[in-house]
Ligand binder design. Sequence first.
Ligand code: NDP
Length: 254
Amino acid sequence: ARGSLAGKVALITGASSGIGAATALLFSKLGAGLALAGRNAQNLEKIGHSCFQASGVKPVLLTGDLTKDEDTKRIFQGTLDGHGGKLDILVNNAGIIALGGIQKATLEQYDRLMNTNVRSMFHLTQLAVPYLIETKGNIVNVSSINGLRAFAGVLTYSISKHAIDAFTRCVALDLADKQVRVNCVNPGVTHTELHKRAGLNDKEYEAYLKRARYTHALGRHGEPQEVADCIAFLVSDQASFITGACIPVDGGRH
Ligand code: NDP
């Protein structure tokens, strides 16, 4: 394969939808060998097929629930098995949102958000680190503008995203002497399935997207491809002096 990621092996979580799917498609166009993880096998097949059409190379598809430790281990092993035991890039993207501030959020919701968004990232990163040290590879975590700033009514999500930013900065320092870079992207409102899955109906979601006209300086919401572009930059050699960075991709959220 030709392209800036030719010869690189990348594992992308949450590749069956939204930002992860856009990242998978872009990475395949850039020539990376891919392992794509998600829960929904049908969606994963669809994305895998689009990648194949774009690049002529079939990604390894790995279904599983990253809140289950056994599934996470199996997904990681499947990545190695499919790519000759090598890994260059880990994109920790899988995540969920839930609505509610301190009066509405529950402990159950707290556990669900932290397990899905943070614990799974911690686990998968630990599995990947020895292999990333071998290749002097790198990691991109998908956080949120909620990781950098406070907003009302999304408490457990914000806690989890602040944790992702802290995790990113700390692991970047832990691995710097191994020349493994670790960064995160912090998207603003991006058009995906995320909010509908948290219970917003079509009308509410439409209104939420429209509010981005006022809350984002560029006057619109973002598209998954625009986040994928930033991820592709961060994993590339063009970003060789960037580590521990949390980069907003938010159209100037204000
Ligand atoms: P989507 O809901 O479209 O995609 C989420 C992805 O995560 C899906 O592929 C889903 O898999 C996967 N996933 C969720 N839970 C699990 C789990 N337990 N195990 C394995 N995979 C899981 O949303 P986005 O593309 O928007 O979300 C991607 C990331 O971007 C998230 O971390 C989100 O917080 C972040 N983000 C999104 C923003 C937005 O406005 N959309 C803004 C800021 C950040 P499957 O569908 O197969 O179940």
